[in-house]
Each structure stands twice: as C-alpha cells, then as structure tokens.
Design a protein around this ligand. Structure first.
Ligand code: MRU
Length: 342
C-alpha cells in the first residue's frame, strides 16, 4: 500500500499516528474527513499532505450536488478553503490546491460530469508524479553518497511523507539499493517522534542499517566524527534558499557547520516558494501543548505546565550545502540557481 491512494471513490491512507505499534489503513469519503486527517497528522509530510488535499478536492467534486458550473465552483472554493486551513507551513498543500483550482477555473464551462473526472485525473497525476519526482531526486542525491558514509537524518522525509519512496529518505534508499554500504543515524524528532516512529519503521522494512538517537545526541556524534553527511527534507524553501523544516533542523545545521559536516536538503521543486524572498516570511505552525507534555497519550510533565510548541524552524541558506531536487542539485548561489529551475 502506498501512503495515500484513491480507490472506489474514497481516499485510503496509512494512519501515521498509529505507527509503528499498529499498521492501520483508514479511508475518507468526504473532504472534511481528509482535512481532519491532515490536521491530526494521520497523514503528514509536505508532499503527502499536498496529495491528500488534491484528493480532498476530488471528493468534494463527486459529492457536490451543484446543477450549474457556477454553483459547482462555489462548492470547490468552499472545500479548498477548508483544506487550506489545515496546516500552514508546508507549501505543497497550497501548491496542490492551486494546481487543481487553476484547472477548475480553466475548465469552468466544461460539462460537470466531465469536469469531475478531470479533477480526479489531475489529483491522480499529482500523486503519480510525486513518486517519479522522488525517484529522480533519489538518483541525483545518491551521487553525493559514498560507500561507508554515515548519514544523519531528522524527522520523516520518507515514503510515509510522500506517496512513496520519499525525499531525503528516498536519496538514502536509492544509495542503499545502488549497493552502497551506509549507516543512518535517525533523530527521534520530538515532540511528535516522526524519526523514532516512522523513519525507524521504514528503514527497518528496507533492512537499511540504522541507529536511533535522541535529538540532543546529534552534536556529540558529529564532534566524534561519527556522522559525515546530513540529509533532511523541507516543508518550504524561500527563493533565497532559506529552508523551513521540522523543529530541530536549524540546530542540526549549526552543529553541522561547526563540525564541518555537509548539510543537504532534499525537496521537490513544488516545495520552493518563489513568491517568498526569504524564510522569515514562512509561517511556522504551532501545535497543541499536549504534544510536548504527553508521549503516546502518557503525561510526562506536571499538569498545567506552560508550553511552547513550534513544530518547524528556519535554517538560513548559509548553512545549506546544496538542495537536491528532481531537476538536479541546486548549489550556491541559491537565489540565482533557484531562478534557473523554478
Ligand atoms: O509535521 P510533519 O510530520 O508534517 O513534518 C514533516 C517534515 O518536517 C518533513 O521533513 C518535511 O515535510 C519533508 S517530507 C518529504
């Protein structure tokens, strides 16, 4: 099963909140259910939530009772607004919604029966292209990995964060399939533990050698020369190359610079938001305190404690060695080179 699929008029997805203890497939038959799944992080990871949103619009299209194209467009707008309010940081969500809504606008006079199918086919295209893009990214990125490399990754930028294969983990997967002997250090990634729960689960399935560490151990490992490469994903990249990714990424990039470890970001072109001059303009999502005070439903902090829970941070482009995309590896100067591919 892929992370997300359309089958028999419904959206099927792996419930990532349950992993690794339980592998459960759930289905959504309304766009509101898809929105809820994104909000609650049953599906998460920038490219995956983009695909989920696109399928959400397809569900809205098929459930619309509109008789006229005008009414139908209003229904689609309502669904888009609901899906757009789920998570603010990953630009892939807005990119996918924009792509579908543009198409609806272009085809606004097409017979509604046909238009619904056009919307579904476009959502399916976004899902299919995601896998091809990740594989291309994997091939480019694998060229940076040598036999014997010890690679650190943060959060989950794997098959579960996409439709399949993954971005940062897709690069690692490709290098491993190419026969390179590599070892991965996986940051647990507090507070939601995407590293411990999801990346560890994926690497185990693939039999890629790895070691799980708590986030605060990464600097020590680097100082001991036990990490010689870092690859992470991204939720949004500004046109100057500033990267917003899972909270903790910034600290890793600073530690990487201090310890002379190259720090790479793997992300599809759809993650680059050329409308933004720099990363400071990217909204950083804050989530509920319970993510910090509880682990798997178990309280670990005193009742009523004050909590700050920003779930992403900003890595200034100066700390990034290069950005691996499906169109090739973007090197510095980022602003000029991003312009050439976007
Ligand atoms: O909060 P999440 O789990 O959606 O955050 C995911 C990340 O930060 C990933 O690193 C990013 O989306 C890239 S996934 C290919």
């Amino acid at each position: 099963m892929k992370t997300i699929e359309w089958k028999d008029g419904k959206v099927f997805l792996i419930d990532q909140r349950k992993l690794p203890l339980k592998y459960e497939i759930i289905n959504c038959s309304t766009y509101q259910a898809v929105a809820e799944a994104i909000k609650k992080m049953k599906i998460r990871g920038a490219p995956a939530i983009g695909v989920a949103a696109a399928f959400g619009i397809a569900l809205a299209a098929y459930s619309s009772k509109a008789d006229t194209n005008k009414e139908f467009s209003l229904d689609m707008e309502k669904a888009k607004n609901c899906l757009a309010l789920t998570r603010p940081t990953a630009v892939n969500l807005f990119w996918a919604l924009g792509r579908i809504m543009n198409l609806i606008n272009i085809k606004k006079d097409v017979d509604l029966f046909e238009l619904k199918d056009i919307i579904l086919q476009e959502a399916k295209n976004i899902a299919r292209e995601d896998i091809e893009i990740n594989k291309a990214m994997g091939r480019y990125g694998a060229s940076l990995i040598k036999n014997g490399d010890s690679i650190l990754t943060h959060c989950n930028a794997g098959a579960l964060a996409t439709v399949d294969h993954g971005t940062a983990l897709g690069v690692i997967r490709t290098a491993f399939k190419d026969g390179k002997k590599i070892h991965i250090y996986v940051d647990e990634t507090r507070p939601a533990l995407q590293g411990a729960r999801l990346t560890a689960w994926e690497l185990m399935q693939e039999k890629i050698p790895f070691t799980l560490i708590a986030d605060n151990m990464a600097g020590f490992l680097m100082s001991q020369k036990r990490v010689n490469l870092i690859i992470v994903g991204a939720d949004r990249i500004a046109r100057n190359g500033d990267v917003v990714n899972k909270i903790g990424t910034y600290s890793l990039s600073v530690l990487a610079r201090e310890n002379k470890v190259p720090f790479y970001v793997a992300a599809p072109i759809s993650t680059i938001d050329v409308s933004l001059k720099s990363g400071g303009e990217i909204p950083i999502e804050e989530r509920e305190a319970k993510e910090v005070t509880h682990i798997f439903g178990k309280q670990i902090a005193p009742t009523g404690v004050k909590v700050f829970n920003p779930v992403f941070d900003l890595t200034p482009h100066g700390y990034v060695e290069a950005i691996i995309t499906e169109k090739g590896i973007i090197k510095k100067p980022f602003e000029e080179n991003i312009k050439l591919v976007c």
